[in-house]
Design a protein around this ligand. Structure first.
Ligand SMILES: Cc1cc2nc3c(=O)[nH]c(=O)nc-3n(C[C@H](O)[C@H](O)[C@H](O)COP(=O)(O)OP(=O)(O)OC[C@H]3O[C@@H](n4cnc5c(N)ncnc54)[C@H](O)[C@@H]3O)c2cc1C
Length: 398
């Protein structure tokens, strides 16, 4: 049987897209193909669990627009579906005068992005909220919070299936062919036919685009993010979310503290180049992924342009003491014995041939396909808005 839409990838973006396609076009048939036994097995299930609201992003960029819209939609979705979440607010902490200047710019950017209720806190007001934080001032962003993203993925799957959609897990897409006006999608679970293809394959989105005949202009370069968790005895050091002022060039850099929705507090993640796209442990190596990365000129240009950043992140990955030092910038009293190894996630970061990281979300529309070629943080928060945008793009250009 041929369906109207085939969505590849059962992460939060693919699931939200499948659901939005159904709700914006009732009666249309959607089939979602996921290679793992469960949905949300990669980035969507290995992240910080934070609801980001679009404070950092360039005004007018797709990321800024969809993040601001997306957090409202996500909070409402969680409220209605009874999914664990908490809008606890976040502090972005400036530690010196240079960061203070950037903090003011960030405040202005937040306002330009339409965020309400952002508060500038001097040191005393900051300490009232987070008594153990270092630094000289902070921005409080009240609408941010924490959430159970794996539960969001499970609920989205339920919604897609309740609307008559077909979610196939254990179905890795290995070949794409256009025959007689429709796609024939070969998977490890058999063939599936559909009129329109949506590629939401996360860490493998560039490869899936390649299978569909796209030239791989950008490449996914995997950056592992490693976490520590606070020992029980150190839990009291952090009340909510504590973030550093981001480096505009690498907004995802800078370890932070995140309270988890089901208890405990995480510290991290760092961002170290990984030897496998699904390499959650330091020792994980995938020869195909490694070959793909080292034969891409963009990676070498990136390393040559940013050797300090690359080396520091590697050092931080190898040395607990160094990781702790980075955390002490935000919470000076934290000690090496206060942190224990935690989990890890791998970011699907698109990189251009010139070695630049693509910052914005990247959605490429083709006559019978749409490829999501970059959906880094905060794409989990913004997933419902991204799904809506994808459906709108498909419908408006029909
Ligand atoms: C360490 C880390 C921390 C983060 N923290 C946050 C945060 O706090 N808040 C936030 O909003 N965002 C955060 N993000 C970003 C967020 O997790 C991602 O942007 C989001 O999950 C992307 O979703 P996705 O569906 O595009 O990708 P994924 O969740 O990776 O899903 C892609 C799916 O495609 C499947 N797939 C791939 N290839 C194939 C194939 N050939 N056939 C079939 N299926 C295939 C994969 O198995 C996978 O399930 C974080 C990311 C990381 C890594």
């Amino acid at each position: 049987m041929s369906v109207d839409y085939i969505v590849i990838g059962g992460g939060i973006v693919g699931l939200a897209t499948a659901w939005r396609l159904q709700t914006m076009q009732p009666g249309y048939r959607v089939c979602l193909l996921e290679k793992e036994p469960e949905v949300g097995s990669h980035q969507s299930g290995h992240n910080s669990g934070v609801l980001h609201c679009g404070l950092y992003y360039k005004p007018g960029s797709t990321k800024a627009v969809l993040a601001v819209r997306g957090i409202r939609q996500m909070v409402q979705f969680c409220r209605e579906a009874n999914i664990a979440h908490e809008v606890c607010g976040k502090l972005v902490v400036a530690c010196d005068d240079a960061e203070l200047d950037r903090l003011h710019k960030l405040e202005e950017r937040g306002r330009q992005n339409g965020l309400e209720g952002i508060q500038f806190l001097g040191r005393e007001a900051m300490l009232e909220r987070e008594p153990n934080v270092g630094g000289i001032a902070a921005l409080r962003v009240p609408q941010e919070g924490i959430v159970d993203y794996p539960a969001v993925c499970r609920e989205l799957r339920r919604c897609v299936e309740a609307n008559g959609g077909d979610v196939q897990t254990g179905a890795r897409v290995t070949r794409l062919e256009q025959l007689g006006g429709e796609w024939v999608v070969t998977t490890t679970k058999g063939d599936f036919n559909g009129r329109f293809l949506v590629n939401c394959a996360g860490l493998h989105c560039d490869r899936v685009a390649g299978l569909a005949g796209e030239k791989r202009e950008t490449r996914i370069v995997p950056f592992r993010g490693e976490y520590y968790k606070l020992a029980e005895t150190a839990e009291g050091l952090v009340r909510h979310l504590i973030y550093p002022v981001p480096d505009p060039q690498f907004p995802f850099l800078g370890v932070h503290f995140t309270r988890l929705i089901h208890g405990g507090t995480e510290a991290g993640p760092n961002a170290v180049l990984a030897f496998a796209r699904e390499g959650y442990r330091k020792r994980d190596v995938n020869l195909r992924d490694l070959f793909d990365a080292v034969t891409y000129p963009g990676l070498w240009r990136f390393v040559a342009k940013y050797p300090r950043m690359t080396a520091l992140e590697l050092w931080q990955s190898l040395s607990k003491r160094r990781f702790c030092k980075a955390l002490q910038k935000l919470v000076p009293s934290i000690r090496v014995s206060d942190i224990e190894p935690g989990g890890a996630g791998v970011r699907a970061q698109a990189m251009a041939r010139e070695g630049e990281l693509i910052q914005d979300f990247c959605l490429i529309r083709r006559p019978a396909a749409l490829h999501v070629l970059n959906a880094p943080s905060p794409a989990a928060t913004a997933s419902l808005a991204i799904g809506e945008e994808i459906a709108r793009k498909i419908l408006s250009e029909k």
